[in-house]
Unconditional design. Sequence first.
Length: 483
Amino acid sequence: MASTHGAHRILVASNRGPITYEVREDDSLHARRGGGGLVSGLSAIGPDAGALWVCSALGDGDREAVARGVGEDGVRMLAIDAEVHADAYNGIANSVLWFVHHMLYQTPLEPVFDAEFRRRWASYRTYNHAFAEALAEEAAEGASVLVQDYHLCLVPGMLRELRPDLRIGHFSHTPWAPEDYFRMLPDDIRAELLDGMLGADRVAFLTWRWATAFMRCAGETDPERYRVTSPSDTPPAVEHLDGAPPRRTLVGVHGLGADAEFLRERSHRADVEERMAALRAEIGEGRRTVVRVDRTELSKNIVRGLLAYRQLLDEHPEWRERVVHVAFAYPSRQDLAVYRDYTAEVQRVADEINSRYGTPDWTPVVLHVKDDFARSLAAYRLADVALVNPIRDGMNLVAKEVPVVSDEGCVLVLSREAGAYEELGEDAISVNPYDVIGTARALHEALTMQPGERAERTKRLAAAATALPPAQWFLDQLRELEG
Ligand code: F6P
């Protein structure tokens, strides 16, 4: 009997795909390609590898592209019902799972797991199921499927039901919650999440800290069904006690590094030089810079970064007129009120600092909120200090990109709660992200570091940051999964 399976040997699944479409005024569709680790990772296997990227249509343009049958080779976009998608993406992935793993709840009042939550959870299931069905349809016999992130936690389990022949991996780009925090989720939801992920042959994380947290949660949520081997076993695994035949889900770690070749080339193009000139004019002659570049996510801790900078100006008046905080806070997840409010608070605190300390000739905080990649690279190149102080972060690529691109060396002030800290901590100045006074002290230390030491540290940071380029990150995962 002819196989009804698809033709693809390698499949990637993620909510956000490598391309987005926009409907122009003349009704034509305009495609924009995105960047990031997965895009460069996938390019490492070349166009002939028969890979397919399954992603979700995110906006009206994407939906229109699907409706018109417009697409790219190697990409399948799923036009999941817009309300189901909104419930799953905004209502569960970004409002619940992101909050749990980044520990963002203000717990006296939230979370509240009520009927509305249950309704959204049903959509999260439907949305995950749409991915599982598409992957089951497209995958060749025995193909490898790499499922990405907290949006798609249920896919591995659902896909295994549909296609037990596949090799399924799940990769988390976020932190994983400590077990006490994870326990906030209703018991059945915790179990469903873990069952979903443990449907994979292998789950992987950006650091051992997150992998170990996952294993602890798996071990305590359902000890009758899952036994966790010691994290020092190679490789550690979660054993399934109820399956016949017995099965194990391996647990692995792949730190994602900066793409040095791309960054070095891209950051010397004319548009970046232009942005550098414009930024220098905004900053003013001879001033030092404390640079931060983030999407305005609640976990990035931009407000406390500003408060630390204010503390620095308070405590060390000698820095007034001599330093500028260049803060790029690009829009993210603006459908959610809590993100919009946070963006407004960033703006408010920046304005407050500028009106308290600013002079006709000096703007203490230069804040930009419109995404501009060339300008980000320009800021990386001229930064004296990079402030990367997230509350919690899976990795944080800005911490890795700045030392690679920096023209004259840059001191990295880095939160010990960022995944990147495991690789970069030794040559950074570390901060507790909640400690504003400690962060102000770290900024002062960074601004006064001798150029020789700063250059030496930057060199070591750049070497550590590029040790695991995206191509290797991707190929390693594939190799381990095919193992
Ligand atoms: O930064 C962590 C991360 O999970 C990335 O892996 C992913 O690309 C992103 O967040 C999701 O962001 P968005 O909601 O904009 O798609």
